[in-house]
Ligand binder design. Structure first.
Ligand SMILES: Nc1ncnc2c1ncn2[C@@H]1O[C@H](COP(=O)(O)OP(=O)(O)O)[C@@H](O)[C@H]1O
Ligand SMILES: CC(=O)OP(=O)(O)O
Ligand SMILES: [Mg+2]
Length: 364
């Protein structure tokens, strides 16, 4: 079975072509401003003549989509209604589906949702402490994102350690353009840092992550900013970008090394937030077997990994400087020999996971 996967992100398009679960082609288009054009380019320049299905990453699936779903007009309407909750993502996901349907008519299109893995989060973690009727009427709850990645990475972590995922507690740290932490208990999502939308939680490239909600009221009432302007501020002009002007961690690290104070502070804010979630999830899980770093920053930025876990020796958490800084790629252990908690780096592969889930749906 041949499957094309399209992962249209907030700033990039990743794609992969798989034959019976094996990658045969793929690529990454970075700093995309026109997703539809990028997808057309992929389809024009790739041999997709005998593709059996296209698997699409769709970020927000709300409460309804808990499993991979065959796309039809009604499903597209439902995904469109979720656009206000994932304004940077669902629109580009929909564009990718529209182009694939247009250029590959008759080929099944399958949506795989970022939110799906998090449907096992218990109510005590999923609910916000607001009036329950208001919450219920408006679907205000913690949905969680990057689920395909957290599922893949936590499973690979168990493989790497030679353990059964059902018996393993993992804190998965997906640090890319968007960033989220996930407490995985026995292979199932138990808590995660993104909430109603992909804005909550960690500091990201351009997103603020956690802030006091009163900041929004203050900016509106006192500073006279419109809600649209505040939305744009928190989603597009905050995070690393807001703190130091650069959203790319490579640039932040380069400037920090050169003695730039704004970049050094942005780095500290970023890493402190990661550490705070590690502590919180350690407490929630009660026992942590592994902490795994993934995505662009998590896989490549050794200083971020070291700073995020510094000073946690009393919790059995440590990073071995030589292992961490070796520049090695691929799945690996970076904690010292015999440490109580295994610290790992596992490159994520959302495209492979989407291909497998798509194939599974079609052969069911
Ligand atoms: N070598 C590197 N060192 C530090 N950060 C890196 C490196 N390579 C990539 N990154 C960071 O990873 C980010 C992209 O991560 P990625 O997981 O590909 O993002 P997404 O899937 O959300 O588009 C870039 O914005 C950059 O900050
Ligand atoms: C959900 C999310 O933030 O995705 P990305 O990291 O691809 O922007
Ligand atoms: Mg991503």
């Amino acid at each position: 079975m041949k499957i094309l996967v399209l992962n249209c992100g907030s700033a990039s398009v990743k794609w992969g072509l798989y034959a019976d679960g094996k990658p045969i082609d793929g690529g990454l288009i970075e700093r995309v401003t026109d997703c539809a054009q990028a997808v057309r380019e992929v389809l024009f320049t790739t041999d997709v003549s005998d593709v059996d299905a296209v698997g699409h990453r769709v970020v927000h699936g709300g409460l309804r989509f808990t499993t991979p779903t065959l796309v039809d007009d009604e499903v597209l309407d439902a995904v469109t209604r979720l656009v206000p909750l994932a304004p940077l993502h669902n629109p580009v996901n929909l564009e990718g589906i529209a182009i694939a349907r247009e250029m590959l008519p008759g080929v099944p299109q399958v949506a795989v949702f970022d939110t799906a893995f998090h449907r096992t989060i218990p109510p005590a973690q999923a609910m916000y402490a607001i009036d329950v009727e208001v919450a219920q009427e408006n679907g205000i709850a913690r949905y969680g994102f990057h689920g395909t990645s957290h599922a893949y990475v936590s499973h690979r972590t168990a493989e790497l350690l030679g353990r059964d995922p059902a018996g393993l507690n993992v804190i998965s740290l997906h640090l890319g353009n968007g960033a989220s932490a996930c407490a995985v208990r026995g292979g199932l999502s138990f808590a995660t840092s993104m909430g109603l939308s992909p804005l909550e939680g960690l500091v990201m490239g351009t997103r603020s992550g956690n802030i006091d909600p009163a900041v929004v009221f203050h900016l509106h009432r006192v500073a006279g900013m419109s809600f649209e302007a505040i939305d744009d501020l928190l989603n597009q002009r905050s995070g690393l970008k807001g703190l130091c002007g650069d959203n790319d961690m490579r640039e932040v690290l380069r400037r920090r090394d050169a003695g730039d104070e704004a970049a050094a502070l942005a780095f500290d804010v970023y890493c402190d937030r990661v550490k705070a979630y590690v502590g919180a999830y350690y407490a929630l899980l009660g026992r942590v077997d592994a902490i795994t770093f993934t995505a662009g920053v998590g896989e490549n930025a050794a200083p971020v990994r070291a700073a995020s876990l510094s000073g946690l020796e009393a919790m059995g958490i440590a990073v071995d400087p030589a292992r961490n800084g070796s520049g090695e790629r691929g799945e690996r252990l970076i904690s010292p020999e015999g440490a109580a908690v295994a610290v790992c780096v596992v490159p994520t592969d959302e495209e492979l996971e989407i291909a497998n889930q798509t194939a599974e749906l079609l052969t069911r």
